[in-house]
Design a protein around this ligand. Structure first.
Ligand code: PLP
Length: 389
């Protein structure tokens, strides 16, 4: 009798939950893997591939990892806020010599954004502006805590700022905007920074493609400008793409605040991390520390990043020429000037699905194409496919 009652109350426990749709990016990978066609092509995920279409592995990172194994780094728990020698080097790389910062290692860029979101919740900052379009997880992540999500048109930020209520947070992408590849110029960032300061907004800068747009200095110029203008801000960085260490889940949250608030915020970062994953994984931090601590290795990595940027540009040209050759009806001129791993084509979801079904070419549902996954061998099929829908 007692058992029956326990069972029935358990059955009811989750009755308010309904089935959620698959994640727009990971869901696509499941569909792609299940597709039996030999000729299928995956342009739906933001990873760097080599000329053969295999995951790009940086030589400098492999060398750094070899040293990590040789040195037998400890398997002890890291502190809650991560591996300090890595954090110091990473903060220097991203924030140059700026002072008054606190950084903690996080579980990828998503982990950093999660901590930023929890800080908003704890601080009763209710409204968050995200770009439209943006990385789909921004909406999901900030929305999941019941925050009030509003959008601004990604290239009309300056015009949108005066209408944002004081005390709101605004999410910015530092470089290689996902999904458009279109970033503000330095002069535009300067105006944006001043307007945000004047409006009393909290910038949350998301840096996911360090070194893949215009090099380290150009890709961190927004950070430099905002720190120079003495904003209180959250910077959320992932090293996944820049170092090719996706599943090592290496990220960083950096906070700039007034000295009296910085310690308070740091204590909350540690508390959020402790309750969520306790302390981060070490391997990626050890690799990045070896890399950033050795000038020769670091230069080798910077050189490899430059090669990736050159290759991305030639991949853009390949696609552009292919679309021109087959007389594409979808506008595509902007492909050449966009930066980073992606470009966005104005396609309806129906066209994206048609493309997938007819030709086996997978792109994200919003029309985002991973330029990084184009190769001389697959570009003709892709261009022909895009011109057929
Ligand atoms: C704009 C943007 N921010 C954050 C992330 C998250 O990075 P991570 O995979 O390290 O969680 C991504 C990943 O694709 C991204 O594109």
């Amino acid at each position: 009798m007692v058992n029956c009652r326990v069972k029935s109350s358990k059955e009811n426990m989750f009755s308010t939950l309904t089935l959620l749709p698959a994640d727009p990016i990971y869901g696509m990978q499941v569909l792609y893997k299940a597709d039996p066609r030999q000729e299928k092509i995956n342009l739906s995920i933001g990873i760097c591939l080599d000329e053969q279409g295999k995951l790009l592995s940086f030589k400098a990172i492999r060398e750094a990892e070899k040293r990590v194994f040789e040195k037998c780094y400890s398997k002890e728990y890291l502190p809650i806020s991560g591996y300090v020698p890595f954090i110091e080097k990473a903060e220097k790389l991203l924030c140059k010599g700026h002072k008054g910062l606190f950084s903690a290692q996080t579980v990828g860029g998503t982990g950093a954004l999660y901590i930023a979101r929890e800080l908003l919740v704890k601080s009763h900052i209710q409204k968050v502006f995200i770009p439209d379009p943006t990385w789909p997880n921004h909406r999901q992540l900030f929305g999941a805590a019941g925050l009030d999500i509003a959008t601004y048109t990604f290239d009309k930020l300056l015009e949108a700022i005066p209408n944002m209520p004081r005390g709101s947070a605004v999410v910015l992408q530092a470089s290689c905007h996902n999904p458009t590849g279109v970033d503000p110029t330095k002069a535009e960032w300067q105006k944006i920074s001043l307007a945000i300061k004047q409006q009393g907004l909290l910038p949350i800068i998301d840096l996911a493609y360090l070194g893949l747009g215009g090099g380290i200095d150009e890709d961190t110029q927004a950070i430099d400008i905002f720190l120079h203008d003495e904003h209180e801000l959250f910077l959320c960085t992932t090293f996944a793409k820049s170092m090719g260490i996706y599943n090592d889940r290496l990220g960083l949250i950096t906070i700039k605040a007034t000295p009296e608030r910085l310690d308070v915020l740091a204590s909350h970062v540690r508390s959020i991390a402790r309750c969520c994953y306790s302390s981060p994984a070490a391997h990626g931090a050890f690799i990045a520390h070896e890399l950033l601590g050795d000038e020769e290795l670091k230069n080798m990595w910077l050189q490899e990043l430059a090669t990736v940027r050159t290759r991305l540009q030639s991949q853009r040209e390949l696609l552009y020429n292919g679309l021109k050759k087959y007389g594409c009806k979808i506008p595509y001129e902007h492909i050449l000037t966009a930066k980073g791993l992606f470009c966005l084509l104005q396609m309806s979801q129906d066209q994206v699905i048609q493309l997938r079904e007819k030709t086996g070419v997978y792109i994200a549902l919003d029309g985002r194409i991973a330029i990084a996954a184009l190769t001389p061998a697959n570009v003709d099929t892709i261009a022909k496919g895009l011109c057929s829908v």
